[in-house]
Ligand binder design. Structure first.
Ligand code: MN
Length: 226
């Protein structure tokens, strides 16, 4: 082991039923993947989804309180299913995608919506709106059982009120197609996470709010806003 100037940071996520953690390499997100959300954002629903990234240290684990982010007045939640990649590859075929996925988790794609829309309208990069500190909460990873999830309720509550509801069967591009498409743009490696897009109902939270994210078959994700 070489000496380091300071201690390298390792970001990892707990795995359900195991003492071994999933080390995170990169965080990819799908931009648009549920029809109703594309409509509520006023976007062209015939365009294919696109990918963006968040910094690895944006990960926030279950039970945490995140600071209300700086530089925004419109801090929004997006509930999403997350895929955890354990086998890398490029040009992965849809039929082979399942072999590359270790498990799935509940995640939130936190968004500084005002900055995202400003970037969109001025033709600038999305980073200020999407790729900021503490913007990627994730629950414990559930190892895959019988293949990739294809259906099941996904929802988000704020202070006990349901704000987002959907079903994984509403994904425009399903889990296998997302892995395949992403692998044609980047070389996937073990440790990559893919946030698969959010259903309709996105909205803002403020300091003191309590968020509860649910996807069938997964432990609930609880995040508070400080
Ligand atoms: Mn999203």
């Amino acid at each position: 082991m070489p000496d380091f100037l300071f201690e390298p940071q390792v970001v990892s996520v707990p795995v359900v039923g195991s003492d071994v953690q999933f080390p995170v390499r990169r965080i990819y997100c799908v931009g648009r993947n549920y029809l109703e959300h594309i409509r509520e954002m006023g976007q062209d629903e015939r365009q294919p989804p696109f990918f963006f990234q968040k910094p690895t240290d944006a990960i926030v684990l279950n039970g945490a309180t995140v600071d209300y982010p700086v530089a925004t007045e419109d801090f929004q939640f997006e509930i999403e299913l997350v895929l955890a990649i354990s086998k890398g590859g490029t040009d992965i075929e849809v039929a082979d995608a399942v072999d590359h996925v270790f498990g799935t988790a509940v995640g939130i794609d936190f968004t500084r919506r005002d900055l995202q829309l400003k970037a969109r309208d001025t033709g600038r990069p999305w980073e200020p709106g999407k790729s900021f500190d503490e913007s990627a909460p994730i629950g414990p990873i559930v190892p895959l059982g019988a293949g990739l999830p294809e259906k099941g309720p996904i929802s988000l509550e704020v202070n006990g009120h349901v704000r987002q509801t959907g079903d994984l069967e509403q994904l425009i591009w399903n889990c296998a197609e997302i892995v395949s498409q992403l692998s044609r743009q980047y070389r996937l490696e073990p440790g990559d996470l893919i946030y698969t897009g959010t259903p309709a109902g996105v909205g803002a939270v403020v300091s003191g709010d309590h968020i509860l994210g649910k996807v069938e078959g997964h432990p609930e994700l609880r995040i508070a806003v400080g």
